[in-house]
Write a protein that binds this ligand. Structure first.
Ligand SMILES: NC(=O)c1ccc[n+]([C@@H]2O[C@H](COP(=O)([O-])OP(=O)(O)OC[C@H]3O[C@@H](n4cnc5c(N)ncnc54)[C@H](O)[C@@H]3O)[C@@H](O)[C@H]2O)c1
Length: 379
């Protein structure tokens, strides 16, 4: 009988935003068992958190280097098989690289690294490691996002002619206008966050979502970013025009100073025959728009949905799917890949998505800094 996949976690401690999402996602399909990790660089908090989540502390380590040394001493049937990297951005690269070099499968938060150069190095490292690597662009796990992708791929909306993704949050608004706060949050510190805050944090979700649902590649962008204060080094708002081709164009609208907004992430794709609209704050509804016809609303769990959409739905229609389910679906796909079972390559974002995300961030900043010019993304 197969045993549960042994999972280690780096970051995601008690004070973190994303830790609980990964722990619940890992438990959702009964495929993983958390066996240890490093939850916090402070030892007392690290151990204290492990005790709080009722995790035996014998495999809670002081840092990721020690985790790798100690875990590689264990037998193949005991050691961690996959490690999730949930720390602030600047730690993703050194942690993920060393894990890959030591043969671990890796689930890495986005943005994958803090520079495009690091992303390319990680891609080369993965080629040698030949393990599984996932980047958690969480929203691609929603059943109705997967349904949107399938419908576009099947030609149900015709050739895509207009793309619009919006990601509006307001959480930085009270921080940006307070000099002390804006100089102390890690997300506004380029050394910890990378060269961009808003585009790096949420613009990348929108960019990845567009490429995921349309199956198209964005090949050129023009960005206009807003830093609000001269002493602030990081964008907190940005609008990016995108071109996939001369006839398929669109816009990514992002903000973390959209006062009062929570997690208002939407994606709209319009083809020659029809349009599709999805919104993260209301994720169980996929809207189908057609010329001269009444609006149709598609929902999860119905037999009219595609196989990959239904695979991500656990309960009959009417039981809402949420962000935990979406991340759970990504973990489920990764589990299949680790077990070398058959899986659909759209079940989880890969290193390619991570690399493209980093290229997008750097090009958006370059476009803005050069006076809002068109710049080309790498293939
Ligand atoms: N996929 C998503 O939708 C999504 C959403 C939120 C955050 N994120 C990403 O998740 C990552 C973490 O974000 P967050 O909001 O949870 O950050 P956070 O600041 O809330 O938490 C960071 C955690 O990392 C731990 N940590 C810091 N240094 C460490 C070290 N050296 N070793 C081990 N642990 C360490 C901290 O103790 C804390 O528990 C970021 O890369 C962020 O972009 C992704």
């Amino acid at each position: 009988m197969a045993s549960k996949i042994r999972l280690g976690i780096l970051g995601g401690g008690g004070d973190s935003l994303i830790g609980v999402l990964h722990r619940v996602a890992a438990a959702m399909y009964d495929q993983y068992e958390i066996v240890g990790g490093v939850f916090n660089p402070n030892w007392e908090e690290n151990i204290g958190f492990a005790e709080k989540i009722v995790l035996p502390t014998n495999r809670v380590y002081k840092d990721f280097e020690t985790l790798i040394v100690e875990e590689t001493k264990l037998t193949v049937s005991e050691s961690m098989q996959v490690v999730s990297v949930l720390t602030p951005n600047f730690l993703h690269f050194p942690m993920a690289k060393k894990l890959l070099e030591n043969g671990f499968n890796v689930i890495c938060e986005k943005p994958m690294t803090i520079t495009y150069e690091e992303a390319i190095i990680l891609q080369e490292t993965l080629k040698l490691a030949n393990t599984v690597f996932a980047v958690t662009y969480t929203y691609t796990g929603y059943p109705m996002v997967r349904q949107m992708r399938e419908m576009i791929a099947n030609g149900e909306i015709g050739e895509v002619q207009k793309i619009d993704a919006q990601y509006y949050q307001g959480w930085i608004n009270p921080i940006i206008h307070d000099k002390e706060k804006r100089s102390t949050t890690w997300r506004l510190n380029p050394e910890k966050s990378g060269i961009s805050c808003c585009i790096g944090d949420i613009g990348t979700h929108a960019f990845d979502m567009i490429e995921y649902v349309t199956g198209l590649k964005v090949n050129a962008i023009l960005a206009d970013l807003n830093y609000v204060y001269d002493d602030n080094k990081m964008d907190v708002d940005g609008t990016v025009l995108i071109r996939c081709s001369d006839t398929t164009k669109g816009v990514i609208r992002t903000s973390q100073i959209a006062t009062g907004e929570e997690n208002n992430f939407t994606v709209q794709v319009y083809g020659k025959k029809a349009g599709l609209k999805w919104a993260q704050e209301n994720p169980n509804y996929l809207y189908l728009l057609e010329d001269g016809k009444p609006l149709r609303v598609l929902k999860p769990g119905h037999s009219y949905n595609s196989e990959i959409s239904l695979d991500g739905t656990k309960l009959p229609p009417g039981h809402p799917e949420g962000i935990f389910d979406s991340m759970g679906n990504i973990y489920k796909g990764v589990a299949r890949a680790i077990r070398k079972e058959q899986y659909d390559h759209m079940e989880f974002p890969t290193i390619i998505d991570g690399v493209r995300g980093m290229n997008f961030i750097e090009k958006a900043v370059e476009s803005h800094q050069k006076g809002n010019i068109w710049v080309t993304l790498d293939d």
